[in-house]
Design a protein around this ligand. Structure first.
Ligand code: MOS
Length: 758
């Protein structure tokens, strides 16, 4: 084990805000309407754009007639591929920080249609309503070409993608002899699972307002998880100087991954603003939210072989996912199966099939949400065949090291998740046989699953400015998509410098701030939090130096590690009567402000030799109406191991939100394509179902204690995504326990359960 020295002073403060359930520092702004979103900014001459979407899934535009739209008074311009200006030529200029291998989609590039709802024209008018109406008057003729949108029909035509994108690792090479070991196993499970495509559907639709200033500079208010990612993209695409453009996204109304890449409304608003030299807003409609990225449809096979005592002998996991023709969208679906359980004979395969669709996109726990679902249902089926408790089967095959690499985990308290979660849920009272628990007409089922997600860290910088008034401003160009970034960063800064929360302000969502990566992968606490801590540590050192300078100072000659920071004071640890306020330290030394900037990097040496992951155990009770097949999730216990929890209140919200999504993924969500048209049929909130209040039961979240001094200087792993992983499986397993019906096709709608009950 590599010992990472703990930094003096940090987390030794007796009453620091780390670990406290601090309410959102931006909460008041949000509930009073003072948090402004991308489509809410304006200037007096603001023009409005509305996008025309393709009516076909593949082919080309043969004629585009904008005369009727342009004839309307108040319609300013219609942009099409025929009149767009010349833009960046090379693919690399169109790439962004989340772009997979391939050629990024270019809006209004030429007459070719690559997928349904592709943006094909942009109408600019004096009002939104006029632009929307005029968009219907744009007359487009197409020459349709045959399209393929059906993964099932095209699955044989798949290929193995290579290594790509920051986090993507192809599956590890097979170990042992999985095929033979499977055949030799006395107990076997071999099943196929299908997962429907899911769309992100944040409450706030994607929108961009470009404010065109008199000096020609642009302020771009965009809905994004990466202001700097979008900044680089538009400067590259439009050939603009970086200093002439500033991208802002201080508030984001949900994203879940949809804002990881610049989306086409950004391009459209920029196109119009730069060409017309005026301010422009472009907002997508709800149906147009189905015109880009989604969690890809997936078909999986999991085969497990075990000895009669439950020891896993063979594990085979294959997945095929859809991608577009132009990019290889890849996610880690099957690798988790080789990491979660001890097994000597393992084969993991991951392939892609190209379809005529927009490139899929990361969506909350991309890959794990899908892959772990299949694995954890197969484990439940295996437990059934063995006549073994599903929890016991998981403990039987528990691993303390990562079998994919042979490396130890930096920390892994999954066992504690199992134990504490089971106890909270009352798992011991479960009667093992399916259909053995009932309450009137309702069949009761108890199911469980384990979850896993990465504990990643990137590089980020942060800046701190401490004023003589004792107020601290910290900033970094990260995002807060509702996850609590503002609050958590404020806590970390306040903790290091012993300041009250109210004296600290954290700024984000602005491309001009110190560099931070896109906000995703549950890595923001780790990545940006480490930078915030690093920069505040520097301010802390400066204060200690300043405090010791004067001969009459009570802190004269005191070493930094002997100084405590609390209540806005520097206090000698062993003699609290010797103290100075931060304000006095600064005044006494004639310092008006202390300014520092710092970068934080992952502990690369530790990362090379360990696996870093968060873990979970999910327990679910469902109630199924035997006559009607209706499925209700009655309660959920989610036990999470994610290192130190900086803020149990915002962290709990993350897990609860993710569990809600797990219910959606399990029971409701799916985008269904009419393959004759190549179009998603249910592209609105009426027909694309997500859980509403009535679908969401009591969700009990518990964080098990997990100490990790290798993950980062905070010991925190991040909780944005782990909460969804395993939930669909636990629901499916509970449904099986309730009814005896095994559904492996997501979402598990009541028709599928009823078909099994008949
Ligand atoms: Mo998350 S899918 O990395 O926004």
């Amino acid at each position: 084990m590599i010992a990472i020295p703990s930094i003096p002073g940090f987390l030794k403060e007796p009453n620091g805000p780390i670990g406290k359930p601090v309410s959102r520092v931006d909460g008041r702004k949000k509930v009073t309407g003072n948090a402004h979103y991308a489509a809410e900014f304006t200037l007096p001459d603001l023009a409005h754009g509305y996008i025309v979407s393709s009516a076909i899934a593949r082919g080309r535009i043969t004629r585009i007639d904008t005369a009727a739209a342009l004839a309307l008074p108040g319609v300013i311009h219609v942009f099409t591929h025929e009149n767009r200006p010349s833009l960046a030529w090379f693919d690399r200029k169109w790439k962004d920080d989340d772009a997979p291998k391939g050629a990024p989609f270019r809006p209004l590039y030429d007459a070719e249609i690559h997928h349904a709802l592709q943006p094909v024209a942009l109408v600019i008018a004096e009002s939104f309503e006029l632009a929307r109406y005029a968009a219907r008057l744009v007359h487009i003729e197409y020459e349709a070409a045959p399209h393929q949108t059906d993964l099932r029909a095209n699955r044989a035509d798949s290929f193995t993608p290579g290594k790509d994108k920051g986090g993507f690792q192809p599956p590890p090479k097979p170990r042992g002899d999985p095929e033979q070991a499977f055949l030799d196993s006395p107990v076997q499970v071999d099943a196929e699972f299908t997962q429907a495509a899911e769309y992100h559907n944040p409450m706030e639709m994607h929108a961009t307002t470009v404010l065109h200033h008199d000096d020609g500079t642009l302020t771009v208010h965009d809905k994004t998880q990466g202001a700097q990612n979008c900044h680089t993209y538009i400067c590259n695409v439009f050939g603009l100087a970086k200093s002439a453009v500033r991208v802002m996204s201080p508030f984001v109304g949900g994203a879940f991954g949809s804002g990881l890449r610049p989306q086409h409304q950004l391009f459209m608003a920029m196109l119009a603003a730069t060409q017309l030299k005026r301010s422009v807003r472009v907002e997508l409609s709800r149906p147009q939210m189905f015109s880009f990225g989604h969690r890809p449809e997936t078909i999986q096979r999991v085969a497990l072989g075990a000895d009669r005592d439950g020891t896993l002998r063979a594990l085979i996991h294959e997945a095929v996912q859809e991608s577009s023709r132009n990019e290889n969208y890849v996610e880690i679906v099957v690798n988790w199966s080789g990491q979660q359980y001890k097994c000597d004979n393992v084969r993991l395969d991951y392939t892609l099939t190209r379809l005529d669709v927009h490139t899929p996109l990361d969506q909350r726990a991309p890959g794990a949400a899908t892959g772990v679902t299949a694995l954890e249902i197969a484990m439940d089926e295996l437990a059934g065949k063995l006549g073994m408790d599903p929890l016991e089967l998981r403990l039987r095959n528990y691993t303390e090291t990562d079998p994919n690499t042979g490396n130890p985990f930096s920390s892994k308290e999954l066992r504690a998740c199992f134990q504490q979660g089971a106890e909270r849920f009352g798992w011991a009272k479960r009667s093992p046989a399916p259909r053995s628990m009932r309450d009137g007409r309702e069949l009761i089922g108890w199911g469980m699953a384990a979850g896993v997600w990465d504990a990643m860290q990137g590089q980020a910088a942060a800046k701190a400015v401490l004023g003589v008034d004792g107020k601290l401003g910290v900033s970094s160009a990260t995002a807060d998509i509702g996850t609590g970034t503002y609050t958590v960063m404020t806590q970390i800064a306040a903790d290091v410098l012993g300041l009250p929360i109210g004296e600290v302000t954290f700024c984000l969502g602005d491309s001009s701030l110190p560099t931070a990566p896109i906000e995703g992968g549950s890595w923001t606490v780790s990545t940006v939090g480490s930078a915030v801590k690093a920069v505040c540590d520097r301010v802390r050192s400066q204060l200690v130096t300043l405090a010791g300078k004067r001969d009459d100072s009570p802190l004269k000659g005191v070493a930094e590690e002997d100084v405590l920071f609390a209540d806005g004071h520097l206090i000698v640890r062993d003699d609290p009567s010797r103290r100075l306020s931060i304000t006095d330290v600064m005044r006494g030394s004639g310092t008006l402000s202390i300014e520092e900037e710092a970068r934080a990097l992952p502990y690369l040496l530790a990362r090379a030799r360990h696996t870093f992951a968060t873990h979970s155990a999910v327990f679910v009770e469902v109630r199924v109406d035997e006559d009607l097949g209706t499925i209700r999730v009655a309660r959920v216990v989610s036990a999470i191991a994610a290192g130190r929890i900086i803020n149990p209140k915002t962290a709990r919200s993350q897990i609860q939100g993710a569990v809600v999504w797990g219910i959606g993924m399990g029971l409701e969500e799916g985008a269904f394509t009419d393959h004759r048209l190549g179009r998603v049929m249910n592209h609105d909130y009426a027909e694309y179902h997500v859980p509403v209040n009535a679908d969401v039961p009591d969700i009990d979240v518990l964080f098990v204690e997990e100490h990790d001094d290798m993950v980062n200087a905070l010991g925190a792993k991040g909780v944005g995504e782990i909460g969804i992983v395993g939930v669909p499986a636990a629901i499916a397993n509970a449904i099986h326990h309730a009814t005896g019906v095994r559904v492996r096709d997501f979402p598990i709608t009541l028709d599928k359960v009823l078909a099994g009950l008949r």
